[in-house]
Design a protein. Structure first.
Length: 552
């Protein structure tokens, strides 16, 4: 799983300017899923749905209001221990399981050592990676994600507030005494808190772990993709004698962008393209290792992205740091196709025909029942599973999707619904509300880092917007009762499906409620002492020795 990779970034999906030969080989040697849909347009809910086969609203990871992803290692929210992942089922089936890379589904619940949300508690025997996500704050000089709006950042305002408040406090600036008393103290305190938080974020959130042990705090991205690749290959070498599940989830191409010196300047698209090239190299190393270990014919390889490319990613110098979603509209954080239609590639020698193209709508959630079916595991009967097995499509026994309806949530509210009728070639998509874009000709929310879902950030539609994706995959022209004779019957059918779907939802604790999102000192992972800012870099010589044997 690549982070924030656009469907238009890969050669096998039409890109002509980036070189992705190893990823493209998965398409030529296996199946290409052209209508592959993420269950959410943001990292945490999308990953929760991928692992569990369930819409994130069912596990409480959908978010609400402006709480949309997990932001702190020291917060108590995460993937609930009651959720069943495909890794936990395979672990029970005797598989050796590992996750290498990004998690972003929480860490602790009650104490800094309970690890209730940790990958080890969700079916992965081995974990090497970061429990949160790759933030700008983890890269010196790249700014911070904790900002008020596009051009005003926490680290910019904190010193200004501090200087101004001190000036008022010492009466260097004429100011009424009563207002001074009421404002100077809170201003000083607020400025100190803001500046302190901005300074401490890298030590709080930028952590590299091996199982329960913190390896680096804050982590360094120098050679990090090479180290992850080495960890992935090492796991396969140790596990070659039996069945294994390896989930490699790249930090790239999420910002802040980074790339090894070997790949710097290798693409015409700046560091974003360089990072895509580095991911492709890593995929090539893993595929080559499968060949060398004699595991190619016995291994199913799947590649995807957690959501579409992030179009709002622009640096303060004006450099665009997002990818391409091809012909599809908008990007990450929206439920337009550019935000949720992602690459899907499956290689299974001897079973999946080389060059197979699957145009039927499929979902990231489909991996859960597919993996369970492959391993001999059974679907849980005590919960709703929204994914559908891909095996009939992959083996060409069927060309139709097992999904009739797909529901697209904006946090915990249904924003859109997709209908794949069994008696038609149409794929209908209905929007009840859409983001307020930068302007009427734009597909980006430049007034914010992401497109939010609260009322002030959306536009409601009555009647709803209706598209036929089979004729208009770019969602450029909504249908009306005048242009589509069956408009109202289609809208009624899809709205009825929404009602029936909502009847299947059960009350679930919101893992992104304010009390679960605020960082707590008691939950903060720390590899040294707080007076030392929890700073450490362990087993450096071992990592360097591994890197010295790893050729680019």
């Amino acid at each position: 799983m690549v982070d924030d990779l656009g469907i238009g970034d890969l050669g096998c999906f039409g890109n002509k300017t980036l070189r992705t030969p190893h990823i493209d080989s998965l398409a030529s040697d296996g199946a290409r899923l052209t209508h592959h849909i993420a269950a959410a347009p943001l990292c945490s809910p999308s990953r929760a749905a991928f692992l569990t086969g369930r819409l994130p609203v069912r596990s409480g990871t959908a978010g609400s209001g402006q709480s949309m992803v997990f932001l702190f290692n020291a917060a108590s929210g995460g993937l609930p221990p009651s959720e069943v992942t495909f890794a936990s089922v395979l672990q029970q089936q005797g598989y050796n399981t590992a996750l290498v890379g990004k998690w972003h589904l929480g860490l602790n619940c009650i104490s800094a050592s309970d690890r209730c949300h940790h990958p080890n508690s969700h079916g992965f025997h081995y974990f090497f990676g970061i429990p949160l996500t790759n933030l700008r704050d983890c890269h010196p000089g790249h700014g911070t994600v904790f900002r008020f709006h596009k051009f005003v950042q926490l680290k910019t305002w904190a010193p200004i507030l501090l200087i101004a408040s001190l000036a008022f406090y010492f009466r260097l600036i004429p100011f009424p005494r009563l207002i001074l008393v009421l404002t100077a103290g809170p201003l000083v305190f607020g400025a100190l808190v803001l500046y302190g938080c901005s300074f401490l974020v890298p030590y709080m959130n930028c952590i590299l772990m091996r199982n329960a042990e913190i390896m680096e705090q804050p982590f360094s991205t120098v050679n990090l993709t090479q180290r992850m690749t080495s960890e992935a290959v090492g796991f396969m070498e140790r596990s070659r004698g039996g069945p294994f599940l390896l989930f490699v989830t790249y930090l790239q191409v999420h910002t802040a962008l980074f790339a090894h010196d070997h790949f710097r300047g290798s693409s015409p698209h700046g560091i974003y393209g360089d990072a895509v090239h580095e991911v492709d190299w890593s995929v090539g190393q893993i595929l080559r290792s499968l060949d060398q270990l004699g595991l190619r014919d016995d291994t199913v390889v799947y590649l995807t992205s957690d959501q579409g490319a992030h179009l709002e990613e622009v640096t303060f110098t004006g450099e665009r740091h997002g990818g391409s979603n091809g012909i599809y509209r908008a990007g990450k954080s929206t439920n337009f196709e550019g935000g949720i239609r992602v690459p899907g590639l499956v290689r299974w020698p001897g079973t999946v025909s080389p060059g197979l193209v699957i145009d039927a709508p499929t979902s990231l959630m489909d991996l859960f029942p597919t993996v369970l079916q492959l391993s001999g595991g059974r679907l849980p009967h005590d919960r709703v599973i929204d994914g559908r097995s891909l095996l009939d499509l992959l083996t060409a026994k069927s060309q139709r999707s097992e999904h009739e309806f797909m529901f697209h949530y904006c946090t915990d509210v249904i924003q859109a619904v997709r209908w794949i009728p069994t008696d038609s070639s149409s794929v209908w998509k209905l929007f009840y509300f859409t983001p307020i874009f930068d302007n009427e000709h734009s597909s980006t929310c430049f007034h914010s880092h992401v497109c939010f879902c609260h009322e002030a950030a959306v536009k409601r539609h009555n009647p709803p917007l209706l598209f036929d994706l089979s004729r208009d995959p770019t969602e450029s022209q909504s249908l009306t009762p005048d242009s589509e004779p069956e408009f109202w019957s289609i809208v009624d059918r899809m709205t009825s499906a929404v009602w029936h779907h909502q009847a299947t939802l059960e009350a679930t604790p919101n893992q992104m409620a304010m009390e679960n999102m605020i960082p707590r000192l008691s939950l903060q992972p720390c590899c040294s002492t707080f007076t030392e800012l929890c700073r450490c870099k362990r087993n450096a010589s071992k990592v360097q020795a591994t890197e010295s044997n790893w050729e680019l």
